[in-house]
Ligand binder design. Structure first.
Ligand code: HC1
Length: 570
């Protein structure tokens, strides 16, 4: 351990601790801007500077380790002036468009200016060239004018996702983080996961806003507007309305969507159950018939784009199942349209997703097997939150309401799709019971839960050991792909990959901030809801049974293949 003094208080911390973290132990929260724990600890912005006795220059506390006997001062005139000057320089080079910026009210630069009590910027505004926005993708908008070069987005894209679509470009006041060589995002390997948008402290990278399309559909009396809500949204959207992190707000989401004017409010959990029926059966068939193994999950669209870019030769491993979002859309435009006697051309299918890449997935040209787009508009959690606010709905005080029939029943297995390991656990619950005809003695596969990057489990099926792996965050997926290519995963049968750290609860469209601690609380909320639902296994969902009886026949039927499965072209 190392003993030091911070602002006159003695503190003892383990060797290697940074001054920033040590200061928190004595109740001092040193301001930061570029710092992001575990992702970006580079001291680039110099907001976190402090004085260290014996050193001539101020030091950045976020990346300077403590030393024995160190005497640190965090709040001296020199420190305050240095922080202010740094911030004023950033502000002099930043567009002052706060009222119309997508991050207004939730901007770290704005908050910091308040925290440092900045009332005037003493430096004249720097002459800036107005740079064009990058609107090349359907999911993410880049506004280079607002970039403060903190490089968090670059760190997350390179180090966590190993995609490397953006990097530091240019120098000095003209510097920005952007695709290499002046390209647009859609000309790179960007998988549109939106993790960059989640960590951007300002409004330099954000989700494309599609709320106007939904308002227009809701106002059009000729349209029947159907909405589905993703598992991970249930436990996160409350954060935008002051509810504690991890609160299950499913009933309030339903109530809010009804008040916004949707004609039918459905649960994506239902389609997650449908996915398990199809994907579990596909797995059992691959095992029996000697198909390509291990099978990979296919519900996370950033992961699909990742494997298409980086490992196209491994595409035969990917399940042919569409994601729950897309399966839902296909069923709405066929079975549901028939059931209600509505022309599918007049149905607008909206989904509320924790994910920016879902916008990309819905726009893929092949996602229209019914003759109509499976899903017409995808809104992220953040966009729905804004619609609810715009409509003046008092979300936190809404009553809990139930989903509509016939797709209002989702099981706990569908619910846990929203957390890393959840798809695997849901699949095991069903595959075990379908393959053995026995009831599972214990439903919870805790080995595949939690924030560990790569997890492993096995289950006995009729005398055969089925081995599974779970990865979340594309860097972890890459590790598994390299092992597979090296022939090290030959005995494995099924691999779940979720693009975002923590799974969909940590998706790029989720409320900001999304930190590791917040992810953990959201995950706890997911498993809590699973525990409390009346059905916890996909194959026991009565609405799913009915759909097979009345429409699809059985898993992997001709109709299922046509509507619920897809193909990948390297
Ligand atoms: Fe997900 Fe999925 S779990 S991909 O993370 O399979 O986005 O929540 O809706 O489609 O069900 C996201 C979440 C979501 C799909 C399901």
């Amino acid at each position: 351990d190392v003993c030091l003094t911070i602002d006159g208080f003695s503190v003892t911390v383990p060797e290697g601790t940074t001054i920033l973290k040590a200061a928190r132990q004595v109740g001092v929260k040193i301001p930061t801007l570029c710092y992001l724990e575990g992702i970006n600890e580079v001291g680039a912005c110099r907001i976190c500077v402090v004085e260290v006795e014996g050193r001539e220059e101020l030091v950045t506390s976020c990346n300077t380790p403590v030393e024995e006997g160190m005497v640190v001062r965090t709040n001296t005139p020199a420190v305050r002036e240095a922080r202010r000057m740094t911030l004023e320089l950033i502000l002099a080079n930043h567009p002052m468009e706060c009222p119309t910026c997508p991050r207004n009210g939730n901007c770290e630069l704005q908050n910091l200016a308040q925290q440092l009590n900045i009332r005037t910027v003493r430096i004249p505004a720097l002459p800036r060239k107005e740079l064009p926005l990058d609107t090349s993708t359907v999911a993410i908008i880049r506004d280079p004018n607002k970039c403060i070069v903190c490089r968090r987005c670059e760190s997350v894209c390179h180090n966590i996702q190993t995609v490397g679509a953006i990097a530091l470009q240019g120098k000095g006041f003209a510097a920005t983080v952007a695709p290499v060589g002046g390209r647009y995002l859609d000309e790179t390997n960007c998988v549109q996961c939106g993790q960059c948008a989640l960590v951007c402290p300002v409004g330099a990278i954000y989700e494309r806003d599609d709320t106007d399309k939904v308002w227009a559909a809701l106002a059009d009396p000729t349209k029947h507007v159907v909405v589905q809500t993703a598992p991970a949204v249930h436990v996160t959207i409350g954060e935008m309305f002051g509810l504690p992190v991890g609160t299950d707000a499913t009933g309030k989401i339903v109530a809010a969507l009804r008040r916004l004017g949707f004609d039918a409010v459905f649960d994506t959990n239902f389609a997650a159950d449908l996915t398990i029926m199809e994907e579990g059966t596909e797995l059992l068939e691959r095992i029996e018939k000697g198909g390509v193994l291990p099978q990979f999950t296919s519900c996370s669209p950033g992961w699909i784009k990742f494997i298409e870019h980086f490992y196209p030769e491994l595409l035969p491993h990917v399940s042919t199942c569409k994601s729950p979002q897309q399966m839902f859309g296909a069923i709405v435009k066929t079975y549901y349209a028939q059931l209600k006697g509505i022309n599918p051309a007049n149905i607008v299918s909206v989904s509320i997703m924790p994910c920016t890449a879902k916008k990309f997935e819905a726009a893929r040209p092949e996602m229209n097997a019914s003759g109509y787009r499976d899903v017409d508009v995808v809104l992220t959690s953040r966009e729905l939150g804004r619609m609810i606010k715009e409509a003046g709905i008092d979300f936190a005080n809404l009553p809990d309401e139930n989903y509509d029939d016939p797709f209002g029943i989702g099981t706990g297995a569908g619910q846990i799709f929203g957390a890393t390991g959840g798809v695997m656990e849901a699949a095991l619950r069903t595959a075990y019971e379908l393959a053995t005809g026995k009831t599972l003695p214990k439903l919870d596969f805790v080995e595949v839960r939690g924030m560990k990057g790569i997890k492993e489990a096995s289950v006995e099926l009729n005398g055969k050991t089925i081995k599974v792996l779970v990865a979340h965050g594309l860097g972890n997926a890459r590790l598994l792909m390299e092992k597979l290519k090296a022939g090290e995963l030959k005995d494995y049968h099924f691999i779940e990959v979720m693009t975002c750290p923590g799974g969909c609860i940590g998706g790029g469209g989720q409320p900001i901030p999304t930190t590791t601690e917040i992810r953990e609380k959201r995950i706890a909320g997911i498993y809590e809801r699973d525990k409390n639902l009346p059905y916890r296994k996909s194959h026991e969902n009565p609405a799913i049974k009915k759909l097979y009886e009345e429409f699809l026949g059985k898993p992997l039927s001709h109709k299922s293949h046509e509507l619920l499965h897809t193909h990948y072209t390297p």
